[in-house]
Design a binder for this molecule. Structure first.
Ligand SMILES: [Zn+2]
Length: 147
């Protein structure tokens, strides 16, 4: 899937559609307009943008448009985290993940899942830095050790 940037407001809309399935604009308005302090037109604009981005499709049912999700919640969350992690040095990934786990509220089941993932994880001796020189300290260290 091509990388699609989803705004905070668009996430709110997509979550309603992922949960409720095929919906009319009115259903999304009923779910979010009050809570988000959005006008009906705002919801319709956001729905239009999501159609343009290829995240929703529409079909006409009489006077109403029905919106259908074209991407799953799981793949969108995956793509968003990949985008986030693409911005950090591969060598900092471990610390970033540890920080996320430390701050997250997790159930016993979640912890068991994480333990299982870690147990099955094949570790390398050293993570290769994939940054452009100057974006992280890894390359400086290389120069220092060579000199
Ligand atoms: Zn690096």
């Amino acid at each position: 899937m091509a990388e699609v940037k989803v705004s905070d407001s668009e996430w709110e809309i997509m979550r309603v559609i992922w949960t409720q399935g095929d919906v009319t604009a009115q259903k999304v308005i009923d779910a979010l307009a009050d809570e988000m302090h959005w006008k009906d037109a705002t919801v319709k604009t956001l729905l239009g943008r999501l159609v343009k981005k290829g995240m929703l499709s529409t079909t006409r049912d009489g006077k109403c448009f029905i919106y259908h999700p074209l991407v799953s919640e799981k793949e969108t969350v995956k793509s968003a985290t990949e985008t986030l992690f693409a911005h950090i040095c591969a060598r900092k990934m471990g610390h970033a993940l540890a920080d996320i786990i430390e701050r997250a509220v997790l159930s016993k089941e979640d912890v068991a899942l994480l333990e299982q993932v870690l147990q099955e994880k094949t570790a390398v001796d050293e993570v290769a830095c994939d940054c452009i020189p100057g974006q992280c300290e890894c390359n400086d260290h290389c120069h220092a050790s060579k000199a």
